[in-house]
Design a protein. Structure first.
Length: 247
């Protein structure tokens, strides 16, 4: 299980062993959104029908979708075609929170049952769901590596920790984007509410107690303090996501 997770999350994994799937939750969300693209003629009804048939086969063995009653309802909805303004499409949208919340917990419950589960199928379910929750592959690779080197860790520990990661809420992070130079700053940037002057950059670093701000362009030797300005943006991310450097 951990060996496959490491394959899925590593940047250097050969392409035949990589993860090419979307999670069931994301695939169903895309099925619900397909109606909008049919209305605007970006997708054809035939393309959507093909996708729904393929999705039905994918969801069949998925234990994370709960009991047979929910899976039967999903099968009925998919076979309806999910027309843009249909009742079936609205029903699928209503079911999405139920499908997403507790998905890995239901897989953990299935592992405790007497039926044998495929480690490959379980690893794919865990990996796709965590990635589509917003965690970065680099962070998840370190997470799986730590579990693989813990001789006392069990499959139950892995699934419990995976549920914890999946249940994390996004947090807002303030990010400062420095510019060494920018063309036509007056018309392109200065009117934007996110734009700040070089003095604002210096004040921001002082507020964060960063005494030695990074140099965005080492070759030019231009420090952030003497740059042409900064953009302050707010992004949402998982708390443990290393793609956001929060100080």
């Amino acid at each position: 299980m951990t060996a496959r997770l490491l394959d899925y999350f590593a940047d250097t994994t050969p392409w035949p062993r990589r993860l090419w799937d979307a999670s069931s939750a994301l695939a169903l969300r895309e099925a619900a959104e397909a109606g909008d693209w049919v209305s605007t003629r970006v997708l054809s009804p035939g393309a959507v029908s093909w996708y729904l048939r393929a999705l039905e086969r994918q969801l069949g063995p998925d234990r994370g979708l709960g009991d047979s009653r929910l899976r039967q309802e999903l099968t009925t909805l998919l076979r309806s075609g999910l027309a843009p303004n249909s009742r079936e499409r609205r029903r699928l949208v209503q079911l999405m929170p139920l499908i997403t919340n507790g998905y890995l917990g239901r897989w953990a419950g299935a592992v405790d049952s007497t039926k044998t589960l495929s480690p490959e199928r379980l690893a794919r379910a865990v990996a796709t769901h965590l990635l589509d929750c917003g965690h970065s592959s680099g962070y998840l690779h370190r997470w799986a590596r730590a579990l693989s080197t813990d001789s006392d860790a069990t499959l139950a520990d892995l699934l419990h920790d995976a549920c914890r990661l999946a249940d994390q809420d996004d947090r807002a992070f303030d990010v400062l984007v420095p510019f060494v130079s920018i063309p036509d700053k007056q018309s392109l940037a200065k009117h934007l509410p996110e734009w700040g002057s070089p003095s604002r950059a210096a004040a921001w670093f002082a507020e964060q107690k960063i005494d030695h701000p990074p140099r965005p362009c080492p070759a030019s030797g231009c420090a952030v303090r003497s740059g042409h300005g900064v953009a302050e943006v707010r992004v949402s991310s998982r708390p443990a996501n290393p793609s956001v450097d929060h100080r």
